[in-house]
Design a protein around this ligand. Structure first.
Ligand SMILES: [Zn+2]
Length: 502
C-alpha cells in the first residue's frame, strides 16, 4: 500500500502540482490519504484517478463550486476558457485545429491537453538527433506550459523557468531563432519533426490520439507517460513538430551510469515502467519500439515511456507487410523473423532494459547490429548476466527474454513483482549519499555498426531462409553484404538445439 501511495504521489503531487505543495488550502489531503488507504487491491486497479475524483480530493472549484478534476483545475470551467479562445489561434490546418480543440475541451489536468505553439515563440532551436522517422530538436518556448487560470488577471498562469543561457548562442549559426537579450524566461522543450508530415490529416493524427488515450489510461493507474504539450510547424519544411517537455535527466540511456552506481533505483524505475506498459497493453496496444532511448527520466526515480506510436505513423511503409522497424538488441527473435509485433515482444524489450539496468551499458554495444546478431538472438544468445545480479531478478529477466513468447510474463505480473521489490529495496533519497557518475566512464564506446536509433531491419527473409537451411545442412555460410563480415561461419552444432516455430 505504501508504495502505491508513493507512486501515486509522484504523478499527482511531484509532477503535476508543485503549487499544491506551496498552498494546501485547496487540497483535501485527508480524503486523499483515506482513499489511498481504503482502495484495497490497487495492483489491479485502473480507476484510481476516477475514485479520487469522486472523493473530491482535488478540492472545490472557486468559480462553480463543483469538485476540481485536478489540483487547481476545473475541467468544466477551463474547457469554457479554452473554447472562448478558439478564435485567437489557428494552425491553418483544420485537422490539427480540431484535434487540439477536442483535447482542450476534455482535459482533466494540464497534461491532457495540447496547445498550438507558434514557431516564432520558440528560441534557440538546436538539432539534437536524427531518429528513424523524425528529427529531434531542443528549444526554448517563451510562453511556457499552462498551469492554471489566473482569475485576477484573466489569463492563463504559465510555468516558465529563469533561463540560464548565455546570449552568445545567438552568434552560433547552428541555432535557429536565437534568444534575444531581453528574453529571460522560458520553458525547455523537445521538438520532434515528423518527416513528410506537411500534409497532416486525420489519419496521421490518429497515432497522437492514441498516445493521449494511453495517457488517460496511465493517469488512471496513478502514473504518467512522457507528456506531449503542443504542436508547431517548421516554416521551412512545413513539417509538423510535436512539442514535448524536455526532462531534466534526459533518457534512461543517458542515465545508465547513474543507474549502475545506485542499484536500488532500478526496482523503482521498473515498477513505473511496467505500470505504464500495463496501461498500454490494457488498451490492447503495443509500444512496438521499446528501448532505453524512449524512456525519459524526470529524476532518479520517476521515469516515463515516450514515443508511443509517434514515430512510426509517418513512414507509411511501416504498414506494409514484412517491414520491421526497431533497434535490433531490443527486438524479440520472433519479430526479427518477421512475425507481427505482440505484447510479448514488448516484454522481451523490457527484459533487455532490465539487463541494461544492471550493466549500465546498452546490450550488444560491442558487436555489429546485423544479420549475424539476429541469428544469434534467434539461437537464444542473450546478454551475459552481470556478476552480482540478484538471482531472482536474473530469473525474471530470463523469463522476459525467453525465446518462446508464451513463456514471458505479462506487464501486470511484472508490475506486481516490482511493487514487492520496490518495498524491499528502498531508494537512496539523500542526494549526498548517492554515488556520482565517474567522469571517465560517462561515454560508452559502441561498435561502429551498432545502431541505437530505430531503423528498418531488412533481413527477416534471409534469417528465415537460413533457419530453413539449417534443417538441411550441417554447415552454412552467411554472406553479410552490408559490412566486413563476409563468410562468417556458424556451425550447425550450435544451432541444433534451437527450436523455432516457422
Ligand atoms: Zn469550475
Amino acid at each position: 500500500m505504501k508504495f502505491i501511495k508513493k507512486l501515486f504521489c509522484f504523478f499527482f503531487i511531484k509532477i503535476c502540482s508543485k503549487n499544491a505543495k506551496k498552498n494546501n488550502n485547496n487540497v483535501n489531503n485527508v480524503n486523499l490519504n483515506n482513499e489511498l488507504n481504503n482502495s484495497g487491491n490497487l495492483n489491479n486497479d485502473f480507476d484510481l484517478y476516477e475514485k479520487l475524483l469522486s472523493h473530491q480530493v482535488f478540492g472545490i472549484c472557486i468559480k462553480c463550486n463543483k469538485p476540481n478534476s485536478h489540483y487547481y483545475w476545473c475541467k468544466d470551467c477551463y474547457s469554457k476558457k479554452f473554447q472562448q479562445n478558439f478564435g485567437n489561434w489557428t494552425s491553418k490546418n483544420v485537422y490539427v485545429d480540431n484535434f487540439i480543440r477536442e483535447l482542450q475541451l476534455k482535459a482533466r489536468n494540464r497534461f491532457e491537453l495540447l496547445e498550438w505553439v507558434p514557431y516564432d515563440r520558440l528560441r534557440n532551436i538546436k538539432f539534437l538527433a536524427q531518429g528513424g522517422f523524425s528529427t529531434v530538436y531542443e528549444a526554448i518556448w517563451l510562453d511556457g506550459l499552462i498551469d492554471s487560470w489566473d482569475y485576477r488577471k484573466n489569463v492563463w498562469k504559465r510555468e516558465v523557468d529563469e533561463l540560464n543561457v548565455s546570449h552568445e548562442d545567438s552568434n552560433n549559426s547552428k541555432i535557429k531563432n536565437p534568444l534575444k537579450s531581453n528574453e529571460k524566461y522560458g520553458y525547455y522543450v523537445v521538438l520532434k519533426s515528423l518527416n513528410d508530415s506537411s500534409n497532416m490529416n486525420d489519419h496521421f493524427l490518429n497515432e497522437w490520439r492514441l498516445h493521449l488515450e494511453c495517457q488517460y489510461k496511465v493517469a488512471s493507474s496513478g502514473s504518467t507517460l512522457a507528456p506531449l504539450i503542443g504542436i508547431t510547424q517548421d516554416p521551412e519544411t512545413l513539417n509538423y513538430m510535436i512539442v514535448m517537455a524536455k526532462l531534466p535527466f534526459g533518457s534512461l540511456r543517458d542515465n545508465l551510469l547513474i543507474k549502475r552506481y545506485n542499484p536500488n533505483d532500478k526496482f523503482h524505475n521498473l515498477l513505473l515502467i511496467s505500470t505504464q506498459l500495463e496501461a498500454i497493453h490494457k488498451l490492447n496496444l503495443v509500444h512496438g519500439d521499446f528501448h532505453s532511448g524512449n524512456l525519459l527520466c524526470h529524476d532518479h526515480e520517476l521515469i516515463t515511456i515516450s514515443d508511443l506510436g509517434l514515430c512510426r505513423l509517418v513512414n507509411h511503409d511501416y504498414h506494409k507487410k514484412n517491414e520491421i522497424y526497431g533497434i535490433l538488441p531490443y527486438m524479440a527473435p520472433e519479430v526479427l523473423r518477421g512475425k507481427s509485433y505482440t505484447k510479448a515482444a514488448d516484454i522481451y524489450s523490457f527484459g533487455i532494459i532490465m539487463w541494461e539496468m544492471t550493466s549500465g551499458i546498452p546490450a550488444f554495444h560491442n558487436v555489429p547490429h546485423d544479420l549475424s546478431l539476429s541469428l544469434n538472438v534467434c539461437r537464444g544468445i542473450r546478454p551475459e548476466i552481470m556478476e552480482g545480479t540478484n538471482p531472482e531478478y536474473a530469473e525474471l529477466m530470463k523469463r522476459c527474454w525467453d525465446n518462446d513468447p508464451e513463456k514471458r510474463p505479462t506487464a501486470n505480473e511484472l508490475k506486481r513483482i516490482f511493487l514487492k521489490w520496490a518495498e524491499i529495496y528502498p531508494m537512496e533519497e539523500d542526494e549526498k549519499n548517492r554515488k556520482p557518475v565517474p567522469k571517465n566512464e560517462t561515454d560508452v564506446e559502441c561498435y561502429q555498426k551498432s545502431y541505437y536509433t530505430s531503423r528498418k531491419i531488412q533481413h527477416s527473409d534471409r534469417l528465415n531462409a537460413i533457419f530453413a537451411q539449417i534443417e538441411l545442412s550441417n554447415k552454412i555460410i552467411i554472406n553479410e553484404n552490408n559490412g566486413n563480415h563476409d563468410n562468417e561461419i556458424i556451425m550447425s552444432d550450435n544451432l541444433a538445439d534451437c527450436v523455432i516455430e516457422g
